[in-house]
Ligand binder design. Structure first.
Ligand code: 5GP
Length: 114
């Protein structure tokens, strides 16, 4: 059995991290290195999927739930608008191979900064 991912270790309280939102199958934490005024990671609790391509093929309902969570976070922490990013593969800057989405928001209008 492989080691739990950094995200699972936050979920289980093994390492610190504020959980902003939790549902039966998903949790959300602030990114430790924010690239926008709002930068939250949405993470399925399961480690069964390494990236969004695997998730879309294996459990599209869970992917749809992640999008619904992005909207909830944007409603609670921004103005209801958000940018949603999945990195797939090391050459696309994926560093944690436990699928997650980046939710970014609260940019200055029409400007993607940070
Ligand atoms: P990726 O590059 O895989 O798409 O995104 C991984 C993200 O996880 C990065 O933006 C990185 O800043 C974030 N991250 C890595 N380690 C930790 C951590 O220990 N705590 C939190 N909150 N975020 C982390």
């Amino acid at each position: 059995m492989s080691e739990p991912s950094i995200f699972t270790r936050i979920l289980t309280g093994d390492i610190p991290g504020e959980i902003l939102l939790e549902t039966e199958r998903i949790f959300a934490i602030r990114d430790i290195n924010p690239q926008a005024p709002l930068h939250v990671l949405i993470i399925p609790k399961t480690e069964d999927y390494r990236d969004v391509t695997e998730l879309a093929a294996g459990d599209p309902d869970l992917l749809a739930e992640m999008v619904a969570v992005a909207q909830r976070l944007a409603d609670e922490h921004a103005n209801g608008e958000y940018r949603l990013i999945f990195n797939k593969g090391a050459s696309a800057a994926q560093s944690v191979f436990h699928v997650h989405a980046h939710v970014l928001g609260n940019f200055e209008e029409n400007k993607l900064v940070g």
